[in-house]
Structures are given as C-alpha cells and as structure tokens.
Design a protein around this ligand. Structure first.
Ligand code: MG
Length: 327
C-alpha cells in the first residue's frame, strides 16, 4: 500500500519573493525544460534511475524495464502513476530514487540572466512541477532563482481525494487555484509541454509555451532521445502515437494535424518537406521564414496552436514580450 503521508504537505508561503510582484498576473512556472535545460543531463539521468527502479521492482532486465517505463509514461502521463497502479510502489520512494543527484550543480543549465528576468517580470510567481519538492528546490537553488518564487508546488502537493493527480489533471489545478485564491483569468501557465497547455486552456487560464529547450517529440518528462536515424524513427513512431491518442477527439483529423505540426516544428532538426509545406500553408511570418531558410537553419516553431496565448523561446523573451505589451 503506498504511503500517502506527504499528501498533506502545506502550501506554505515561506518568504516574500524578490522582484516585481506587482500587478494581477500570477505566473505558474513549470520547471524542467521551462526554466532550465533538463534534456542536457538531468532527463537522461532520471530515465536511467527510473529504469533501474522498474527493473528492481519487476525483477526484469533493463530493456524490458525501459519499455515498461515508457509505456506507463505514455498511458498515464507519468511512469510513477503506472508503478503505483500496477505494482503498488511507494510514490515517495520512487521519486526519491529517480531524482537523487549528488552532482546536480554540474547538471543544471540555465540561460545567463535568468534570475534578473524573473525578478523583473511583473506579477506573482509560483513554481508548479510534477517533480518532487527536494529536487525542485535543489534545481532552483543551483539556478539561483529560488528567491523568485513565493511557493513551490511539487508532486507531493498534487493529491486529490486520495489519488495522485499531477499535471495535466484539471481537478488538481482547479483545486490549487482555489486554495491559493487565484482567479483563473489571472493565471498564466508557463510550460514546455504543449499537451499540458492544451488540456488546461479550457479552464480559463492563459497559456505560455516555452520552446527553447525542446529537443524531442515527447518532451514533458523523462523520455527517450535516441540519436541519428534511430531518433528519426522514434519521432515518427511518437507522431503516430500522438495522432492515435487524439483519435477520440471530436475533430480527430484536425487535432492530429495540429499536434503533428507543433511537435515536428518543435524539433531542432532540419524540417522535412511536409513540415515546410504546412508552414508555408500556414502563411505566418515564422512559417515563411522557416521555409526560406530551411537549408541553413534548424527547425523553427512554425505554428502556434489556438490554445497557446503566448509562444516564446525563453523567459527572457517572455519578459520582453510583456514589457512591449505593457502588461
Ligand atoms: Mg517541463
């Protein structure tokens, strides 16, 4: 039976955060691949640690464990949820094992000036991450931005009626906004994971898609990032899986196409002919630009889905955009 002792972790305001907290906006910042480059070293390490954990629990080899890890992640949105449901693991134990990095100082990569940009961004800032609290605080500390956030809402605070409900669960976010007394219209969720934004857009919050650290088709949490031809094949498979996942949408064709465009465009590889055709068909400046400079440039974002209010590459760009808009 999983231990649920951590579910009552309070949402304490530990200190008054530094920086510009003025205005009505409340920024809900994701952590991995939003504020720092997790694909560089941390996600591969989490993948390896999770695979080892799965192998231990299932008493299987690493290849099988890796397949199970990815399968649960695809089916439930998090490997942890599959491990709880099918193997009764203790979530705290699993998360601790997957996020322990004695040398985290060498693994965290952030853009220069991140702390200053966050401080200047007007509005309250809350960190909202599916990662565990200790890991999130360690990353914030190494990145030098812990003081920018009024609270850290980690996976330990995402229990709803006895079940763990990480992002993109709607009940969890609705409940969190109510507990923090944040009107949905004031909240902006800042995320690299476009499927989270899609899921939450209907709640009345605004959404900001951070694209600068995206490297793979399936960027939300630890994932496989194979190299070369294997990576291309994996991306095609991920595309097909993504399209299937949306087969039950009312407008399945449109959804599949939209996902395909956004996810393919998110890649930092040269765009293929289909992407270029779609980019040019989209007709936007970015689309034309991507089409015109494809030979010498990495793929650019060519598409902003309707459920994304703001699309930027970085917090720096987000700050500039807000300043320009006077909000
Ligand atoms: Mg993320």
């Amino acid at each position: 039976m999983p231990s649920h002792a951590s579910r009552r972790s309070p949402l304490r305001l530990r200190h008054r955060p530094a920086g510009n907290n003025a205005g009505d906006t409340v920024w809900l910042f994701d952590l991995d691949n939003t504020l720092h480059d997790a694909s560089h070293a941390i996600f591969p390490a989490i993948n390896a640690a999770m695979t080892a954990y799965v192998a231990r629990v299932l008493a299987c080899d690493d290849d099988t464990a890796s397949r199970v890890r990815v399968d649960y992640w695809k089916r439930y949105g998090a490997t942890l949820l599959g491990m709880i449901r099918h193997h009764g693991v203790d979530p705290a134990d699993f998360l601790r094992a997957a996020h322990e990095f004695p040398d985290i100082e060498e693994m965290v990569r952030v853009r220069r000036g991140l702390a200053a940009q966050l401080r200047r961004l007007p509005g309250r800032k809350v960190l909202l991450t599916n990662a565990p609290q200790d890991y999130a605080r360690a990353v914030l500390r190494v990145a030098g931005i812990e003081h920018c956030f009024e609270r850290v809402v980690a996976i330990e605070q995402m229990w709803v009626h006895g079940d763990l409900r990480p992002k993109p669960d709607r009940r969890m976010l609705r409940r969190l906004l109510a507990r923090l007394r944040i009107a949905p219209g004031r909240a902006v969720l800042v995320e690299d994971t476009v499927s989270h934004l899609k899921r939450y857009a209907g709640l009345g919050i605004r959404t900001a898609w951070i694209t600068g650290y995206l490297r793979s088709m399936t960027p939300s949490r630890p994932h496989d990032v194979p190299a070369g031809a294997a990576r291309d094949a994996a991306q095609q498979a991920a595309l097909r899986a993504e399209a299937q996942r949306h087969a039950h949408d009312r407008d399945a064709d449109r959804a599949a196409r939209q996902e395909a465009v956004t996810l393919v465009a998110a890649e930092n590889q040269a765009p293929g002919p289909r992407l270029l055709a779609e980019a040019q068909q989209a007709g936007g400046n970015e689309g034309r630009e991507a089409g015109g400079t494809a030979a010498r440039q990495r793929a650019r974002m060519v598409h902003r889905p309707g459920y994304v209010d703001i699309k930027v590459q970085s917090v720096h760009q987000l700050h500039r955009r807000m300043r320009r808009n006077g909000s």
